[in-house]
Design a protein around this ligand. Structure first.
Ligand SMILES: [Fe+2]
Length: 134
């Protein structure tokens, strides 16, 4: 069986603004607009398809992006250059800090539509040593 995530839809008040925001911060390209969607693709080919809907209908989503240490430095620099508030925690109680969970680095920030974005350099749980079979 081969099942891969292909795309998800992200609601935004201004889908162009939100797509350009995410593409800029993460260093990604915007693909050709298709119908009501503006796709932003990650390196594994999954697209986040931004669709414009009224603000009152937007339900906050959480999206986490796994990036390398070098990419983290570049993304973090763009976040700081853009004066975007970032947090070490998802509850936004530690502004201006990053975390070092899972043996890597991570932080959270909001996109223009109010979705919670996260960047991490190690997947959740990746620091846990698996017991070896004996
Ligand atoms: Fe997360």
């Amino acid at each position: 069986m081969s099942v891969e995530l292909n795309h998800t839809i992200i609601h935004a008040q201004d889908n162009r603004e939100s797509a350009e925001f995410l593409a800029h911060i993460l260093g990604l390209e915007i693909r050709t607009e298709w119908g009501p969607f503006i796709p932003v693709a990650t390196s594994n080919g999954v697209t986040r398809d931004f669709a414009a809907i009224p603000a009152e209908s937007i339900i906050m989503q959480h999206h986490a992006f796994l990036i390398s240490d070098e990419e983290f430095d570049a993304v973090f620099a763009r976040i700081q250059q853009a004066a975007i508030t970032y947090y070490a925690d998802p509850h936004m109680k530690q502004p201006g800090e990053i975390n070092h969970h899972h043996g890597g680095r991570g932080l959270y920030f909001m996109d223009p539509a109010g979705h919670g974005m996260e960047i991490i350099t190690r997947p959740y749980g990746s620091h846990v040593q698996q017991p070896t079979a004996s």
